[in-house]
Design a protein around this ligand. Structure first.
Ligand code: AMP
Ligand code: GLY
Length: 417
């Protein structure tokens, strides 16, 4: 099976590793890929989305797998272009990817299908936003379009809200677009992932990521400093409630609205005192949750995704480990305000019994790995129980080092006492 994975980060490294471990014979390609990914997959040399489609057509590609979301929403949309060219695609069409691409679209979808979520109003100006907020804090402000994870502000007070309003409507940091003013929800967060094909869904292992840079959940927001995954993260009653109140109506809603959803769907949930509520949908796997979840998944992921892209999900192709998995991110100096490239990474060869997924690395002229971005890599360890996975992930991550490296010691520990 000839597969192209679209993306270049730690999530794609993890997906490609799992695809390559599928029992079916695979030849894997990646676009745009990275130096680390090129050890498992051949880099596709193509110009832009249309170039990629042309390349896939002339290289008899059996399956295109969307890793990151940007291509799903670009131009005509990766999945739409694949469909027009007869290439099975594991990833949703643009019309459905708006669940991630437009907060307003997602909110209307949830209201239409009675899916629990925070109350929200759409506004077009700073004055309108102030009126809706009505001096009541905390409040949550969300830019309507894709904003590389920077488009959401949880505002405890007027000052923080005014700063964000200035970014959105004053400096137009994210370009033109409207804003959602949303009720601030409280409670622990959990990330749920489903593989979806039409009316069918297979729920993967749930995970929790740690978004802030500092230990104890302090400091600035990041792309994620680590994640913990296990079926045991949620009590069976709560899992059943999430399936009934959130996953089922979402899948039914997507099918009833003729959105033709195919691919991974990520539910960002908050477990509030009133029950689980959706904070956001993403039309892809989470990063770094994917790096923690994938080691728990075995079986034939390649065939599972190909069959899913063709319209039928075959759950029996996959097995899910009942244990735990913990992934610790190492970030470069200055992250998240900035990042530092060119710091040589030491100790990678000494990691044992854990997986290392590269996100922002490259090979230097001497052939050594060095930093090349904010989040550099993830060290992921499994364990029969949480404590052993936590101990192993942290002790193996401690073997890897580079100048200015940042790592949280409480990944998999915080929120479990
Ligand atoms: P993201 O959309 O991934 O940038 O994440 C935004 C983060 O903001 C979420 O992970 C939550 O921690 C927080 N958040 C988003 N919506 C709400 C809400 N309605 N209430 C409280 N926190 C929220
Ligand atoms: N871990 C959060 C995300 O992938 O958006």
């Amino acid at each position: 099976m000839r597969i192209v994975v679209v993306g270049k980060g730690g999530r794609e490294h993890a997906l490609i590793r799992s695809l390559s471990e599928s029992p079916v014979e695979t030849e894997i390609f990646c676009f745009p890929g990275s130096d680390a990914i090129s050890e498992l997959a051949t880099t596709v040399e193509a110009e832009g989305l249309q170039g990629l489609i042309d390349w896939m057509k002339s290289n008899s590609i059996d399956l295109c797998m969307a890793g990151e979301e940007s291509y799903l929403l670009k131009d005509e949309g990766l999945a739409n272009l694949c469909a027009r060219n007869g290439i099975p695609c594991w990833g949703p069409p643009k019309e459905a990817a708006l669940l991630e691409g437009s907060k307003e679209f997602a909110k209307q979808f949830m209201e239409r299908h009675a899916i629990p979520t925070g109350k929200a109003r759409v506004v077009e100006s700073a004055e309108e936003a102030r009126e809706v907020i009505g001096g009541s804090y905390p409040t949550v402000l969300k830019f309507d379009g894709l904003a590389a994870g920077k488009g959401v502000a949880v505002c405890p007070d007027e000052k923080s809200a005014e700063d964000f309003l200035d970014e959105v409507f004053g400096r137009k940091r994210f370009g033109d677009g409207s804003l959602l003013v949303e009720e601030c929800l409280k409670g622990p967060e959990v990330s749920i992932f489903a593989a979806v094909s039409g009316r069918q869904a297979v729920v993967f292992t749930p995970a929790r990521d740690y978004k802030l840079i500092g230990e104890g959940d302090t400091g600035a927001n990041t792309g994620g400093m680590g994640a913990v995954a296990s079926r045991q993260l949620l009590e069976p009653d709560l899992t059943a409630r999430i399936e009934e109140e959130i996953i089922k109506p979402t899948i039914e809603g997507l099918a009833n609205d003729d959105l033709g959803y195919v691919g991974f769907l990520y539910f960002g949930l908050m477990l509030t005192a009133d029950g689980p509520k959706v904070i956001e949908y993403n039309c892809r796997f989470g990063d770094p949750e994917c790096q923690a979840v994938m080691p728990l998944v075995s079986g034939d992921l390649a065939t599972f995704c190909l069959e899913g892209a063709r319209g039928s999900l075959r759950e029996e192709l996959l097995d899910f480990d009942e244990g735990w998995s913990v992934g610790v991110i190492l970030a470069s100096a200055g992250y998240p305000a900035s990042s530092h490239s060119g710091d040589v990474i030491r100790g990678l060869d000494t990691v044992e019994g854990a997986r290392v997924y590269h996100a922002g690395t490259r090979r230097n002229e001497e052939g050594d790995w060095e930093t090349n971005g904010g989040r550099v890599l993830a060290v992921v360890a499994p364990g029969a129980d949480r404590e052993s996975a936590v101990e192993k992930a942290h002790s193996e991550a401690a073997k890897v080092d580079f100048d200015g490296s940042q790592r949280r010691n409480d990944i998999g520990r915080l929120h479990f006492d």
